[in-house]
Design a binder for this molecule. Structure first.
Ligand code: UDP
Ligand code: MG
Length: 354
């Protein structure tokens, strides 16, 4: 049973017992990454070896197969547990990246956590730098952010700008621009994240909201070696709405602000009509101005009903309190030890959403 308290769990005879008692769990969500995993794992093994030799830091990697359609689970289970412990979770279906990250958070056995993608775009070579910022400089949350978005289409860049402007609108905790899910959390930051019970998860926002000492590191994501991104413009818009509504009430505030602005304009317009009629004896302007006014108000009201609907949907799903994911299979191997498969232990994890 993995530790859910954030304390390290060590296996008898494991190197950590002899060298040190601190460790790092690397959480890697995978959806159809069978071709990418061996390459990523090879580099993680090298990094684990260095970190063990230099700092006595024990590494565990947790692969979460998020209902892949290829043989990601079989490939992950076959990866060598050399210099690092390997856990492989297979979710009962595709739940989405945020759910996969949550499964990793719940099953990680070490205090400190590192989240990275399984497609090789988050270079394992940067892990040493992140660890150094954590152990040497004392930072709690070290997040990698895209240095620039020059390679992205203009539509995506504009969308990102609008998204950050909205989510940070009058917010006390500003979400850093262009931060991805590649980040390291110290044990106390990881514990804070574990205490957040919401079902509608938005990791980027949550990891920044917890506070502690945060550090931004700019980087250039590497190109995908195999396969293609799981995000298109429609799913990105969906993710942005999800992030916005599960993390901020800014859209509701914008609604109030818009209502206030429109009401003020209507008042001024009404006053000017009254003035012109009374002073100059002008006729009241005809129906075009009325039609425009009605359409603007009708449109704005419908948009705002939609925005409120999003929040009501969130309240419903939080109130239902369903687990965020179910684990179908779970495979654990400790470094330098023979594999033991505890797939039979449980088909689902009733405590998954604790
Ligand atoms: N991913 C996942 N579940 C999904 C979609 C994606 O676990 O439903 C994983 C995917 O395997 C990868 C990471 O999330 O490791 C990022 O996905 P992707 O590369 O498609 O996104 P991008 O890098 O283009 O933002
Ligand atoms: Mg990617």
């Amino acid at each position: 049973m993995p530790s859910r308290t954030g304390r390290d769990v060590h296996t008898p005879g494991s190197p950590a017992r002899k060298r040190g008692d601190h460790g790092l769990s690397i959480i890697v969500p995978c959806f159809n990454e069978a071709k990418n995993l061996p390459g990523v794992h090879g580099r993680l093994v090298e990094t684990a070896q260095k970190l063990w030799a230099q700092r006595g830091l024990r590494i565990e990697v947790v692969y979460i197969d998020d209902g892949s359609r290829d043989n990601t689970y079989a490939v992950a289970c076959g990866l060598p547990a050399a210099n690092l412990d390997v856990q492989v979770l297979s979710l009962s279906r595709n739940f989405g990246k945020e759910a996969a990250l949550t499964a990793g958070l719940h099953h990680a056995r070490h205090g400190a956590l590192l989240f990275m993608d399984g497609d090789g775009q988050h270079s394992p070579d940067l892990i040493e730098r992140l660890v150094s910022h954590w152990l040497d400089d004392g930072y709690d949350v070290i997040y990698m952010a895209k240095a620039n978005r020059k390679s992205e289409p203009i539509s995506r860049r504009v969308m990102a700008k609008v998204f950050y402007a909205l989510i940070n609108f009058r917010a006390r905790y500003k979400l850093p621009h262009d931060a991805g899910d590649f980040r390291l959390l110290s044990p106390r930051a990881a514990n804070a994240l574990r205490q957040m019970p919401e079902r509608n998860r938005f990791f980027k926002g949550m990891a920044s909201w917890i506070g502690f000492r945060q550090l931004r590191v700019d980087y250039e994501p590497v190109a995908r070696a195999h396969g293609e991104t799981n995000w298109n413009i429609a799913s990105l818009i969906g993710l942005s709405i999800e992030g916005l509504t599960s993390f901020s009430v800014a859209p509701l505030r914008v609604a109030s602000l818009l209502g206030l602005i429109l009401a003020s304009i209507a008042l001024i317009f009404g006053a000017s009509i009254l003035y012109e009629t009374l002073v100059y004896g002008k006729q009241v302007p005809g129906y075009p101005s009325m039609a425009v006014g009605l359409m603007v108000l009708g449109g704005v009201q419908l948009i705002m009903i939609g925005v409120m609907g999003e929040y009501i949907g969130k309240i419903l799903s939080e109130q239902k309190a369903r687990p965020v994911y179910f684990v179908a299979d779970h495979h654990t191997r400790n470094a330098d030890e023979s594999a033991h498969d505890n797939a039979s232990q449980r088909a689902t994890r009733p405590d998954a959403a604790e």
